[in-house]
Write a protein that binds this ligand. Sequence first.
Ligand code: SIN
Ligand code: FE2
Length: 218
Amino acid sequence: MPLFIESPAHPDVPPAPRPLAPGAVVLPGFGTAVGEALLDTIASLAVQAPFRHMCTPGGRQMSVGMTNCGQWGWISDRQGYRYSALDPDSDRPWPELPAFFLALATTAATAAGFTGFTPNACLINRYAPGTQLSLHQDKDERDFTAPIVSVSLGLSAMFLFGGTRRAAPAQRVPLAHGDVVVWGGPARLFHHGISPLAKGCHPLTGGLRFNLTFRRAG
Ligand code: SIN
Ligand code: FE2
């Protein structure tokens, strides 16, 4: 007989991981304990490297506000999608990846079965109501052996998680403040995106959602 019966209502028992596909899992609430600290730190990082709306190679302005921290920052402009060690708006290096950001990403990856994840890039996304991110693959990294770790903060959003083919049917996965998604291995190149953000009010972010995406860029 088990000595301890897990109860979903018990506050000390973390919610169970929710598998999405082989290599992909949602870790509900994995980042909640540091959520407020992450948001405070995002605010100070954005003083050094402000959020901006980048241009796609096709010339459209992205509705998601973006900035980066870490050795490499993801950028988009008329020349294409790529990683840059310098913030093109200031020609200065991106702010350093804070140690507790790194710790969260590594422990989340480990919890998802990917040990030894040491990201060197952290894309910070900001969504206002109506903002969306269409289905895409994260494929600008130099090798695909490292997973992607994605942390949701503030307003909830509908995450779309498809497959290798863009036309593959996408699962609709609601993500709340503190939820972490990890995808790697056979799911590393799966298409994903965010449905237009619904209006709302979150006690920590008001009408906004933030997302941190940790990657091993190069
Ligand atoms: C991304 O794919 O870069 C971000 C996904 C998210 O905002 O949850
Ligand atoms: Fe992505």
